[in-house]
Design a protein around this ligand. Structure first.
Ligand code: ADP
Ligand code: ADP
Ligand code: ZN
Length: 214
């Protein structure tokens, strides 16, 4: 099963993608996580991506597409994957379509997690991330067992640099200008499904399971 998660920054794509990956036994692929891992390791790619991410801008398509295509070519993607944060532009979507088509395969669903902008800013200031293992928490909605410490790996949790309110506003603008058009793009391909992301995360997941089938 090949699934794309659509939605504004902070809509809950990552949260839902991780649950989907666990339930259906497919890898969760987040381009943001890949960039953050590279920043942490101070690779050349990481250093370049950081200059865009810190501003709330998108990393250029050329760089992003290469990383994604390398990742989905790996063996663990043979039975499918859930993409979180890719595609974010029409050209990225076109590259993905072409790559999937070349393998005689198809994307099954593009799930749009719908959350109004007003809710987003609040959510993001409460988000805490583990840069070591990619786990995400929320100070109110998903608190870790021990404040500031990742339940999964014991490392310290951080407020991402790009989750500060000024940068979130910029990211929302970029989302509306560059990523939102993908909703119509996948609607035309008849694979778009919408879920209400303002619900409790368990209820959002239940709605997704209804779409995907148990
Ligand atoms: P969020 O989950 O909050 O939407 P991500 O972790 O997906 O954030 O992305 C963080 C940042 O990484 C983005 O603001 C952007 O700069 C960069 N990024 C991630 N995925 C892409 C992509 N597909 N294209 C361009 N930039 C990306
Ligand atoms: P995205 O990947 O779309 O940027 P995340 O999955 O990282 O979004 O979620 C953003 C923040 O909101 C995180 O702190 C997460 O714990 C929290 N969150 C996710 N889903 C919900 C929900 N349904 N209700 C409330 N908070 C949520
Ligand atoms: Zn962790």
């Amino acid at each position: 099963m090949k699934i794309i998660m659509l939605g504004a920054p902070g809509a809950g794509k990552g949260t839902q993608a991780k649950m989907i990956a666990d339930q259906y036994g497919i890898p969760h692929i987040s381009t943001g996580d890949i960039f953050r891992a590279n920043i942490k390791e101070q690779t050349e790619l990481g250093m370049e991506a950081k200059t865009y991410m810190d501003k709330g801008a998108l990393v250029p398509d050329e760089l992003t597409v290469k990383i994604l295509l390398d990742r989905v070519a790996k063996d663990d993607c043979k039975s499918g994957y859930v993409l979180d944060g890719f595609p974010r532009t029409i050209p990225q979507a076109e590259v993905l379509d072409k790559a999937v088509k070349e393998l005689n395969e198809t994307i099954d669903y593009a799930i749009n997690v719908e959350v109004p902008d007003e809710n987003i800013i609040k959510r993001m200031s409460g988000r805490r991330a583990c840069l070591a293992c990619g786990a995400t928490y929320h100070v109110e909605h998903v608190p870790p067992k021990k404040e500031g410490i990742c339940d999964r790996c014991g490392k310290e949790l951080v407020l991402r640099d790009d989750d500060k309110p000024e940068t979130v506003k910029k990211r929302l603008e970029v989302y509306h200008a560059q990523t939102q058009p993908l909703i119509e793009y996948y609607n035309k391909k008849n694979i778009l499904k919408e879920v209400d992301g303002t619900k409790d995360m368990k209820d959002v997941f239940a709605d997704i399971v209804k779409i995907l089938g148990a």
